[in-house]
Design a protein around this ligand. Structure first.
Ligand SMILES: Nc1ncnc2c1ncn2[C@@H]1O[C@H](COP(=O)(O)OP(=O)(O)OP(=O)(O)O)[C@@H](O)[C@H]1O
Ligand SMILES: [Mg+2]
Length: 347
């Protein structure tokens, strides 16, 4: 090899090693003649792949089949395949390209490129779930509004009692839709506000203010709120969103507690600014504790719908807390109660 050739070879190797897709080249006898680092680190479970026959050294049937087809048909094969890699299901955009000799157009081998699209796939799934959830949530109240107005038009409007009752239901269901839509808008606003401006906010005062807002809700259920609020705990946040976090957590504590229960609210300074909302309510099972922060996730769908909930509250809370650079955790035992703990960076 002369110097020019060596240089070329070096460049080719460097390129292959640094490409984030897994790459293989198989010659026309089926021998693997090139394999890059990404392939080895993603798929190789310790076999000697280089120089082996692809049928023996590649353990994934889908890839083997594509190579076989490409060699046989001399055509490019492009598929999305899923492969179990160390117990995780991963998705790949896989292309097998036949390499034909320049002059005589004879098959020299095939190049295999596997591009990991697992992240894209899961985003796509999330989007589909989201659309399905939103449609489902809207369908119920809309069906009910439609049904009741049709019944009214069919003659029920002539009976004043029925008229009032049905109009009440229609109003309630419209409020539900309005609530859902405004929560969705809120969520998308937070998601888009990557440049949200954080400022010094008094967590102690914000908590006191928010308590006033939910006092009435608590009163209706005879729930007592006990507070232990250190003065002037200053955190990095955005005032109105912080208030939203506190109100959401307090409303949940009230909604998921029985009549006459006690709710405790602590604000303290522990290096970080800490807010705790502690209830003696129905509690949350271990396996639900991470899921409650997902959009639309509700443990008891019927009960939560009755209370007007959509399951977006905690998703919004978590999102906001993370935009603030903080964390939120829950500790809970079914039947005993729950503690939601928010840690925020000190200002
Ligand atoms: N303090 C709590 N105690 C017990 N369960 C709770 C508590 N907070 C939340 N949950 C459970 O987590 C679920 C999700 O809460 P989230 O606040 O996101 O939705 P929601 O309260 O149902 O509706 P909304 O969007 O109106 O807040 C609730 O449906 C409920 O099952
Ligand atoms: Mg809620």
């Amino acid at each position: 090899m002369n110097n020019e050739q060596k240089l070329q070879r070096n460049r080719l190797e460097t390129t292959l090693e640094n490409i984030p897709s897994a790459i293989l080249m198989v010659d026309k006898q089926g021998r693997v003649v090139i394999v890059n680092d990404t392939y080895n680190s993603t798929f190789n479970q310790g076999q000697q792949v280089l120089e082996g026959h692809y049928d023996e050294v590649i353990t994934y049937p889908a890839i083997k089949r594509m190579i076989k087809d490409a060699i046989y048909t001399e055509k490019t094969i492009n598929e999305t395949i899923d492969i179990m890699v160390n117990v995780h299901k991963k998705y790949f955009d896989a292309v097998v390209v036949p390499v034909l000799s320049r002059r005589r157009r004879k098959l020299e081998g095939v190049v295999v490129v596997l591009h990991d699209i697992t992240k894209l796939k899961s985003l796509e799934q999330m989007r589909k779930d989201f659309v399905a959830n939103v449609s489902h949530e809207l369908k119920t109240p809309i069906t009910s509004i439609k049904g009741f107005s049709e019944t009214l038009l069919d003659g029920a409007k002539n009976d004043p009692d029925t008229l009032e009752m049905f109009l009440d239901i229609i109003l309630k269901e419209s409020n539900r839709i309005q609530g859902l839509v405004s929560e969705l808008l809120e969520l998308s606003k937070i998601e888009q506000s990557s440049h949200i401006v954080l400022d010094e906010v008094n967590l102690s005062l914000k908590t006191e203010n928010s308590l006033e807002v939910v006092q009435q809700l608590a009163g209706r259920k005879n729930i007592k709120i006990e507070t232990l609020i250190e003065e002037d705990v200053l955190v990095m946040a955005e005032a109105s969103k912080l208030k939203q976090v506190i109100i959401n957590l307090l409303s949940n504590a009230i909604n998921y507690s029985p009549e006459g229960a006690v709710i405790r609210v602590n604000v303290k300074n522990e290096g970080d600014g800490i807010l705790e909302v502690i209830d003696e309510g129905i509690g949350i099972a271990k396996e639900e504790q991470t899921r409650i922060f997902e959009r639309f996730y509700r443990i008891d769908k019927a009960r939560s719908r009755e209370s007007g909930g959509t399951g977006l509250g905690l998703a919004i809370v978590k999102h906001i807390v993370e935009v603030f650079g903080g964390t939120i955790v829950v500790e809970s035992e079914v039947g005993k109660g729950s503690t939601f703990r928010v840690c925020l960076k000190k200002a």
